[in-house]
Design a protein around this ligand. Structure first.
Ligand code: URA
Length: 305
């Protein structure tokens, strides 16, 4: 047998590694002439290649996944095994290995933000999370920061990464239609994610990445100070409420989220990406949205936002 041939396991591990590195776009809108590229690419340009940099890749990443588990938004892939959560070769000079000290530093930095604008600036220069090395943009928030209703998703996908705004892809469009169904739009809702950078290849953020980003979303919620907080999908609810229940158990129940200074009414509901592939569940989401609307009227009578 050829000594150089890779075993099936090795090939699978290599493909996993490519996936973790963001190689999810084999085709781009325009052909890339690699012969005219610099012979020794810099860390950032080699990363841009790995994440399909330059023109947005044409590879479809938002296609519904055949799997129907509700806990996971449709377009997410499983995170790589810890051994594969290594930054791409060439990026290691800038990358950090997340540890407890990095999480404490994230917490300290998040707490220094006195406004949402400051928090966005701090995140823009925060180099403790390696996801920023492969993402095109920081995806901080969209909507009205003074709204009484706030939504929190898991992490941006490809479209969000390109536009630097949360929930602008297919699931975001569904979220807009759901808001419209209860007489709202993005002028009366504020929208953010637990993780503000796109994980390469739309994989699920690793627990370390989520822990590193958590202090920032916690601060973002405290600064936005909504009356009602809605978790889109189990992932954001689990990380911010510290619960283990699946979304079927969690959704539709009013709970309390403690900002440290105030308790906010909160609820988890299905992630719109899940609804895109399980449209029958929309009837339960509709119930949740009606309940949100009723709660808003209760908490701020006479106010639509
Ligand atoms: N899914 C999320 O959780 N967040 C987004 O911004 C988009 C898709």
């Amino acid at each position: 047998m050829d000594q150089q041939a890779l075993s099936r396991r090795e090939v699978e591990a290599l493909l996993d590694f490519y996936m973790a590195s963001g190689v999810d776009g084999f085709l781009e809108e325009e052909a890339v002439d690699r012969f005219v590229m610099p012979a020794a690419p810099s860390a950032s340009s080699s990363l841009a290649f790995l994440s399909g940099g330059g023109a947005p890749p044409a590879a479809p990443t938002g296609a519904p996944h055949p799997q129907t588990r509700p806990a996971q938004p449709a377009e997410r892939r499983q995170p790589p095994s810890p051994a594969l959560v290594m930054p791409a070769a060439g990026a290691q000079g800038n990358a950090v290995i997340p540890d407890q000290a990095a999480i404490s530093s994230a917490r300290e930095r998040a707490l220094t933000a006195a406004s949402l604008e400051e928090l966005q600036q701090i995140l823009g220069t925060f180099d403790g999370c390696n996801l920023r090395l492969t993402a095109k943009n920081l995806v901080f928030a969209d909507g009205n920061p003074t709204a009484s209703l706030m939504f929190v998703g898991e992490a941006p996908g490809r479209d969000e990464d390109i536009h630097g705004k949360p929930f602008v892809g297919r699931s975001g469009q569904l979220l807009d239609r759901m808001l419209m169904a209860i007489g709202l739009d993005r002028t009366n809702a504020y929208i953010a994610n637990v993780v503000p950078w796109r994980p390469p290849g739309n994989r699920t953020p690793t627990p370390q990445e989520t822990e590193l980003c958590k202090p920032f979303i916690q601060r973002q919620i405290a600064l936005a100070n909504p009356d009602i907080l809605v978790f889109l999908g189990a992932a954001s609810a689990k990380s911010l409420l510290g619960v283990q229940d699946g979304i079927r158990r969690l959704r539709g129940r009013w709970m309390e989220y403690d900002t440290g200074g105030r308790k906010i009414a909160c609820m988890a509901t299905y992630h719109p990406a899940y609804l895109l592939r399980s449209p029958l569940e929309k009837r339960l989401s509709w119930r949740d949205f009606l309940s949100i609307k009723a709660r808003m009227a209760e908490l701020s009578p006479g106010k639509s936002s």
